[in-house]
Write a protein that binds this ligand. Structure first.
Ligand code: SF4
Length: 156
């Protein structure tokens, strides 16, 4: 498929994604990166409240850590944002774990299943050659793991 045509399809896909209201416990809007016809995909867990505020994935704590790792190998945030397709297991904000908790709720099985339609469609369109999984939830959707330690260090 031509890059222009693929870009258009990604834009149409993201337009539909933004209208998704399948999960009653999630807060939108659905967050996604740019519609880049890339062979590299970056897949995270789900946006936090900051990402919902600025309408950008990886805009806060996890993103800062992630981009610092890329910076250490000479690749800056702008380069990543404009050359890698940024996706996630769930696209809306799951909310806090509980009322006074600091951390965000991990999406439940049903939400992951509902949102997989968007991720699967992106994988189908992009046919990525490299998928970068960020965090335990994303890794566990593609690999059978119980703890993150199992995949830190070894080459797969
Ligand atoms: S999390 Fe995914 S499936 Fe659920 S409402 Fe948001 S975009 Fe739709």
């Amino acid at each position: 498929m031509q890059k222009d045509q693929l870009k258009l399809q990604l834009q149409q896909h993201q337009h539909k994604l933004q209208q998704c209201t399948l999960c009653p416990k999630m807060s939108g809007p659905a967050i996604h990166g740019l519609a880049i016809p890339s062979k590299v995909m970056l897949i995270g867990q789900a946006p936090g409240f900051k990402e919902i505020e600025v309408l950008r994935p990886f805009a806060w704590t996890a993103g800062k850590k992630l981009f610092s790792w890329f910076a250490a190998i000479g690749v800056d945030e702008k380069k990543i944002r404009t050359s890698v397709y940024m996706s996630a297991i769930c696209r809306c904000y799951p909310g806090k774990k509980s009322k006074n908790a600091h951390g965000d709720r991990v999406p439940d099985k049903e939400e992951i299943k509902q949102c997989s339609r968007w991720l699967n469609a992106e994988i189908e369109l992009l046919k990525p050659e490299l998928i970068i999984l960020v965090g335990k939830l994303a890794i566990s959707q593609f690999m059978s793991i119980k703890k993150l330690d199992e995949v830190i260090g070894p080459t797969h």
